[in-house]
Design a protein around this ligand. Structure first.
Ligand SMILES: Nc1ncnc2c1ncn2[C@@H]1O[C@H](COP(=O)(O)OP(=O)(O)OP(=O)(O)O)[C@@H](O)[C@H]1O
Length: 267
């Protein structure tokens, strides 16, 4: 039984550009899915359709059996830029979604203590214990992104959308963040949709990877990843892991060749 379903979804932006066409996707509750593909193939567009920020021009998105007709609640999001507020402490930043979440804001206002406890626990689970009262400028980029993941999860969303959250980090920090993400995922089991250009990241973190082709964006290929969790970083040096990364790279490379071939004949 799928939790998130896209049925024949197409989206044409107001300027007439057909960003995605005929997308069918079925995501189970608690599944960790990655969307990969060339720049501009419509990955972020699909996140907007699922979250209800953009209605599809054709087809429908369904979440929990209900057709998405506008912005839906129960979503946590993290982006490339952590966007923490500099005048708030890290703990206050992480608690921020509770001030606006329709399900939580009243309870939070009346009795913030359990929420503060939950935030502290989240912080500890990603190695941020002791930084509750610190400010953004006192944290490295990797620590800020850890805080941004905690903020995305504080209201216990069923769906976590990650739009290239690790892409601005150096390689070592990025791998540390993969591990932090895995810890958060295993303890809470949200349904995760990760948009990334990093195929190793997709293979390390996901249950299923979808590659997309461009102009217009379509799902071109899907790949199940069966490595048991917890996955250690040493997995990324194993042949089985490298084979999957190569397979995905070839898929995407094949699409790029087709696109440049089309350009060559003036299409
Ligand atoms: N608001 C908009 N109006 C018009 N065109 C848009 C709009 N947003 C995105 N597009 C176009 O739709 C296509 C898909 O964009 P989208 O951001 O979904 O791609 P993406 O795969 O997430 O790209 P990237 O990997 O570069 O972030 C792109 O060609 C983009 O220029």
């Amino acid at each position: 039984m799928s939790f998130i379903e896209l049925s024949n979804v197409s989206l044409r932006y107001d300027n007439g550009y057909l960003a995605v066409e005929g997308v069918n996707l079925s995501i189970a509750q608690g599944e960790f899915v990655a969307l990969v593909g060339p720049s501009g193939c419509g990955k972020s567009t699909l996140l907007r359709v699922i979250s209800g920020l953009r209605p599809p021009s054709n087809g429908a998105a369904t979440v929990h059996g209900r057709v998405v007709k506008g912005p839906i609640s129960g979503i946590g999001m993290a982006f490339q830029n952590p966007t923490l507020m500099p005048w708030r402490t890290i703990l206050q930043n992480i608690l921020l979604p509770l001030e606006v979440s329709p399900q939580h804001k009243q309870r939070y206002r009346q009795n913030p203590r359990p929420y503060i406890e939950a935030a502290r626990e989240l912080m500890a689970s990603v190695g941020l214990a002791g930084f509750e009262d610190a400010h953004v400028w006192e944290l490295s980029g990797g620590m800020q992104q850890r805080a941004s993941l905690c903020r995305a999860l504080i209201h216990q969303p069923e769906i976590l959308m990650l739009d290239e959250p690790f892409s601005a980090l150096d390689a070592f920090t990025r791998e540390e963040l993969w591990q932090a993400m895995q810890v958060l995922y295993m303890s809470r089991k949200p349904t995760v949709i990760l948009v990334t250009h990093d195929l190793r990241e997709a293979v390390y973190l996901s249950d299923t990877i979808y590659t997309m082709s461009t102009r217009p964006g379509r799902i071109a290929y899907s790949r199940r990843i069966e490595f048991p969790r917890p996955r250690g970083l040493e997995l990324t040096y194993e042949d089985a892991f490298a084979h999957i990364v190569k397979e995905l790279r070839e898929q995407i490379g094949g699409m790029r060749t087709q696109i440049s071939g089309l350009k060559g004949v003036g299409a």
